[in-house]
Design a protein around this ligand. Sequence first.
Ligand code: UT7
Length: 333
Amino acid sequence: MKMKAVISALAFNVPPDVYDNHWFEQRIETTDEWIKTRTGITERHFAFEGAMTDIALPAAQKVLAQRGITAEDIDCIIIATVTPDRVFPSSSAILQRKLGAKNAWGFDLSAACSGFVFALVTASKLVESGAVRNVLLVGADKMSSILNFEDRATCVLFGDGGGCVLLEPGTDDDHGVMDFILKMDGNGEPNLYQKAGGSLHPPTLETVTNKEHYVFQEGQPVFKAAVKGMADVSYEIMVRNNLTADDIAWLVPHQANLRIIDATANRMGLSKDKVMINIQKFGNTTAGTIPICLSELYEQGKLKRGDYVVIASFGAGYTWGAILYKWWLEPTA
Ligand code: UT7
């Protein structure tokens, strides 16, 4: 029988320091009320020192401990992120060193807020092909390193954090990634991007002076594209697998805006109690949102073997997608 890859351990980590909306009120022209009603965010975590892999490392270590394996047992490390420690080498190489996972190869995957979704499909296929036995898959971002804290249109939206899952062959072909829809539209670039820092505009005194190394976003067009994109693929993956809202245990959506999440849930006909939401605590942690959501749900004992979970995202690129994931790991409690 052909085995599917399954998540066999998972954990998340956010930096300890919490910044609530009032913190921003003291620095820029904004209000707690505006941020809460337009986004759903109350607070987020930032680490103004250290690197993205410093956020990922404790999550990865928890995953190893949870599964009862050592770093040397890891075959491959994939990190979905837009805030790698450096342009090169890859953050997966840096995490490999920090963990002591000396038998692992790996790479970084850049798909912004859809990074974890794209990487979960990629990693599952690697395991299912037999090319590797297990993959440590991280979705993490240190958004504070690319935020302009004078730009109220973006700085209030994001947070630092990430999660990690271990993927390995399951016990059957009836759990794991059952179906996926992944999409990309490069026409979205001008609405959500980092203007300088890459090969097109390498860092210069001018790019730094012009604050071009930060997140730039035209909120409204991204909002419209996200509402349509995330709702379309989430609905389609449910329907084309002959499932209804009753069959879905959880929608685990990217946490960019509560209104986008609500639109997706409404389109699927899902009641609110089946939608994982933690944007109020963490903001948008980009590639971190989904593994953080999954880890919180699992810690709370809310994921049971056989549960259908729809995982959905939308982000820069544009990139978006949905995964129908049938949960395998038994609850801890
Ligand atoms: O995760 C990757 C994908 N990203 C997303 O999915 C984000 C999609 N976009 C959004 O979530 C929303 O567009 C935002 C939350 C970014 C913005 O919400 P909005 O309802 O689209 O607001 P807006 O950009 O249309 O701005 C409305 C008003 C503007 O003022 P005027 O022109 O009406 O006077 C803004 O200047 O709100 C103003 N504004 C703010 N006011 C207080 C913008 N940011 C702030 C702020 N505090 N922080």
